[in-house]
Design a protein around this ligand. Structure first.
Ligand code: PMP
Length: 420
């Protein structure tokens, strides 16, 4: 185990088991929300006494908060490798950021997405003209389908919105190639980096990606803040995402002159601490080094996959051939065990947190169900900087036990409610 990485995450958490015993929590649900890093908690705690209104006050606390918020914007800009004139708009989360972009598209824009995307990268676009491409059987298929669809659009205004890494399979999408194809046809590209940002360096300028969105709570900052970074031109003329204070230059009794820049879409008092937490988190990841993070997570991913493959009745879900680049996310089923029961038993009998269900990606799970004959629901285990080899071994041994003997208790609800 890389002790330095484990130390980034706060201390051990003990959780109760159904029998009354307490064990150390093994958190395999970091792809949903990752616990804040120690450094993030420290920086937020340090700033709390200086909590003041951002951009609006002359008092010292306001000046400190404003400065911290402004710096957070610059750190975030650097983190995604944005161009100097890109806007960095703080939002609530990735969903909010993609909704903002969807609301800012010029009226005649057609959006292309693959149908296996997270709902956050499917539903916001449906308010306008959207075309969903089928789940691709390979990365090459994805590029081919995209090329054909863009050709058919004949140069109309288009935006291709794609995930960086799947929240169901962890598979990393060929972002640079997608951007190349899109630009060849004059289309723009948005990247849903919700599952990528904590695991890989992002460089939207080098990749020629026009917009990127991610959430603080998936990069080891607390809930409540996310970000959209990208080209200023559409955003500067779009109707403000929220109407209110801070988004304007001047207001009269019956008129308003909206401002440009990120403030145009950030009306109201911003979640400045959330932005500071994002900056602290990405700063800590950057200092740690991506190679180190990747090595740690890839080793654990290999350990998990090898272990799961060895358990009779376990089937993991991938879109593409094993060996394709992927972050530490694995969805799987155990034959004859309901995924909700499996997840509840892992928690209540073993102190292991996973997610079960269809992961806000219903069309993708439908695709797997049709392709593999039945797995509309699954269990997902995800790996982060705080995951240890011991955690992986505990998960494997628990899955093996449940696969062999079933759950020891029955559960009337997803978690907690137990019938002995
Ligand atoms: N996209 C992907 C790929 C995700 O995994 C998630 C979160 N599960 C989202 C978007 C939405 O993120 P949030 O809930 O923070 O808005």
């Amino acid at each position: 185990a890389d002790e330095r990485l484990l130390a980034l995450v706060g201390g051990d958490l003990d959780v109760p088991l159904v029998g009354g015993e307490w064990v150390r929590y093994a958190n395999f649900d970091v792809a949903a929300s990752a616990p804040a890093l120690r450094q993030v908690a420290d920086i937020v705690a340090e700033l709390l006494p200086y909590y003041g209104s951002v951009h609006r006050g002359a008092g010292f606390a306001s000046l400190v908060s404003t400065e911290a918020y402004t710096r957070a914007r610059e750190i975030t800009r650097e983190f995604v490798g944005a161009r100097e004139d890109d806007l960095v708009v703080f939002t609530r989360n990735t969903t909010d950021a993609l909704n903002l972009l969807a609301a800012a598209l010029p009226a005649d824009t057609t959006v292309l997405t693959f149908v296996g995307e997270h709902h956050a990268n499917l539903l916001p676009w449906r308010r306008g003209d959207v075309r969903h491409l089928p789940v691709p059987a390979s990365p090459a298929d994805a590029l081919e389908a995209l090329e054909a669809e863009l050709r058919a659009l004949g140069g109309r205004n288009a935006l291709v919105s794609v995930t960086g890494a799947s929240n169901v399979t962890g598979e990393v999408w060929p972002i640079e190639e997608i951007a190349r194809v899109a630009h060849r046809h004059g289309a723009r590209v948005a990247l849903d980096a919700a599952q990528l940002a904590a695991h890989r360096p992002i460089d939207i300028a080098a990749w020629e990606v026009d917009y990127v969105a991610f959430s603080g709570h998936k990069v080891y900052a607390p809930y409540g803040a996310g970000v959209l970074v990208g080209r200023a031109d559409w955003l500067d003329v779009a109707r403000p995402y929220l109407a209110g204070g801070g988004a304007v230059r001047a207001v009269t009794a019956d008129g308003v002159e909206w401002t440009t820049g990120s403030a145009r879409h950030e009306a109201g008092t911003p979640a400045a601490l959330g932005a500071v937490a994002i900056a602290a988190a990405v700063g800590a990841l950057g200092e740690t080094g991506w190679e180190r993070i990747q090595t740690h997570e890839q080793e654990l991913l290999e350990r998990l996959l090898t272990g799961l493959d060895a358990i009779a009745g376990v089937r993991t879900h991938e879109l593409w051939e094993r060996g394709h680049d992927r972050v530490g996310v694995v969805s799987f089923n155990v034959a004859d065990v309901d995924p909700a029961l499996l997840a509840a038993a892992l928690s209540a009998e073993h102190g292991i947190g996973v997610r079960d269900g269809s992961f806000c990606a219903h069309p993708l799970m439908e695709h797997f169900a049709a392709r593999d004959d039945g797995c509309r629901h699954a269990v997902r285990a995800s790996i982060g900087v705080g995951t240890s080899a011991e955690d992986v071994d505990r998960l494997l041994s628990a899955v093996e036990q449940i696969a062999r003997h079933g759950a020891r208790w029955s559960y009337t609800e997803r978690s907690g409610y137990v019938v002995p």
